[in-house]
Design a binder for this molecule. Structure first.
Ligand SMILES: Cc1cc2nc3c(=O)[nH]c(=O)nc-3n(C[C@H](O)[C@H](O)[C@H](O)COP(=O)(O)OP(=O)(O)OC[C@H]3O[C@@H](n4cnc5c(N)ncnc54)[C@H](O)[C@@H]3O)c2cc1C
Length: 424
């Protein structure tokens, strides 16, 4: 530990480590690197045989590391929890992250739409930079050491693994969520935090596709819609309006818009799809009423051609609306126009289930945010205990927002830990 830091003498005598970081994902690696760079003796304990399993699978192995938008716009990308993460994002921004990797020889590129990837498109290159930096800053990494317990005795944390017990003045829990258990993320951090008295909110899979009851579009799997408006309904009431790219799958809905909205969707909800794009039901009905008489010889399906509805879907929507495929506009009744407008703008999809933790990209819920200091990532209940990354009750949209959150909160937790070690 550097001379500038003061921790109680008893803690200094007992604790071999200034900081123990539990979990070697992006949050843990970044926390360990920056705590060590500030002069702390840091031990990182990782459950797997090597750190960074999720970095390697991120972005299908290409690692969408962040987004190049204005950092202030990030706040809206974490559901209702963006406000909490603002200080972390501001303390280590997307620009800081891009400079960080560029300065260490890894060029990053933004693709159209703003997603940022390593120019090599290899997640392994991102992990290599982080591991080299751990080495350079003197972080001790012990792999294949799942942490099974933490206690705090007279200001010293005692961290247990199958291999032994470690003592530290501060601990950062960066164990990620409970999705993709094949990456080592099985919700251990929630249990460890709870054992220290830290409240954990209900957790569930997020960034996950929907399985739809009586799904009528299995034959159209693979068709996607850009910026489709859709709404979420529960017990007959609208819960939220959304817009995003939607993909029809064999069993339901996916695509970035649905994945992002999945944090708000529960089994039993109805998702109403706006196949016709940003047009309301009554506007479409009015448009059909105006244009049908102008084109009496056209088939009704033809009149929908100006809307973003692929032909195969067009036929199915007509059938579902009870309209014969070859009905001409001359015989298109008001009731049929109304039925077709409803089908094209508010198509109801009843959600049977959400993709479980084996397919969900993140977990919603986690360490209760009102018990964590958003400026330091330190627990308000257990001094010296820090959190970073997905273990917190934070889940971001697709597009690089989750990795940015992990890096930013990891960075802030390192600063918080350093401050805790310096405080009398
Ligand atoms: C398939 C997939 C693709 C994704 N793609 C992207 C993307 O392109 N861009 C993006 O922004 N986000 C992406 N994400 C989400 C992103 O990867 C995670 O949100 C992010 O990795 C979380 O970082 P973390 O450090 O908090 O946790 P993790 O990366 O999950 O790391 C936690 C670490 O803790 C270890 N651990 C767990 N329990 C213990 C224990 N008891 N003791 C010791 N170690 C333990 C785990 O083994 C793991 O190494 C993707 C997720 C998935 C599943």
């Amino acid at each position: 530990m550097s001379d500038g830091m003061r921790i109680p003498e008893r803690v200094q005598q007992v604790a071999r480590w200034d900081s123990i970081v539990i979990g070697g994902g992006p949050a843990g690696l970044f926390c360990a690197i920056h705590a060590a760079a500030a002069g702390c003796r840091v031990l990182l304990l990782e459950k797997n045989t090597r750190p960074g399993a999720k970095i390697l699978v991120a972005g299908t192995g290409q690692c969408n590391i962040t987004h190049d938008g204005d950092i202030r716009s990030f706040v809206s990308r974490y559901g209702d929890h963006g406000k909490f993460i603002r200080p972390a994002l501001m303390s280590f921004t997307n620009t800081d992250l891009m400079h960080y990797f560029a300065a260490r020889g890894l060029a990053l590129r933004a693709e159209e739409g703003g997603k940022v990837f390593p120019a090599s498109r290899k997640s392994a290159d991102v992990l290599a930079v982080l591991l080299a930096e751990c080495d350079k800053q003197g972080v001790t990494i012990r792999c294949s050491e799942p942490v099974t317990g933490i206690t705090r005795e007279e200001g010293v944390f005692v961290v247990s693994t199958g291999a032994g017990m470690y003592h530290a003045a501060t601990v950062a829990i960066t164990t990620g969520g409970a999705s993709y258990p094949q990456c080592g993320t099985t919700g251990d951090g929630y249990r460890l935090a709870a054992s220290l008295g830290q409240p954990v909110t209900e957790t569930a899979p997020a960034l996950t596709p929907l399985n739809i009851r009586n799904y009528p579009f299995a034959g159209l799997a693979g068709i996607s819609f850009a910026a489709m408006p859709f709404s979420i309904w529960r017990d007959g009431k609208k819960v939220r309006d959304c817009t995003g790219d939607v993909l029809l799958t064999h069993t339901g809905l996916s695509g970035p818009g649905i994945l992002d909205a999945s944090r708000w969707i529960r089994p039993g909800d109805t998702v109403k799809l706006g196949f016709a794009g940003p047009v309301r039901r009554n506007e479409l009905a009015a448009d059909l009423a105006k244009r049908a008489p102008e084109n009496p010889g056209w088939w009704v399906g033809t009149i929908l051609a100006k809307y973003p509805i692929p032909e195969r879907l067009n036929r199915i929507l007509l059938g579902i609306s009870g309209i014969p495929e070859k009905l001409t506009c001359a015989h298109f009744s008001a009731a049929q126009r109304s039925a077709l407008a409803a089908t094209c703008t508010e198509f109801p999809m009843d959600v049977e289930s959400l993709g479980d933790e084996r397919v969900a990209m993140v977990t919603r819920g986690g360490i209760a945010l009102d018990t964590v200091n958003q400026k330091t990532m330190e627990s308000k209940l257990v001094p010296g205990l820090f959190f970073a990354g997905e273990v917190l009750d934070i889940d971001g949209d697709t597009g690089g927002y989750n990795l940015q959150a992990a890096f930013s909160t990891g960075y802030l937790a390192a600063q918080g830990s350093r401050k805790r070690l310096s405080s009398p």
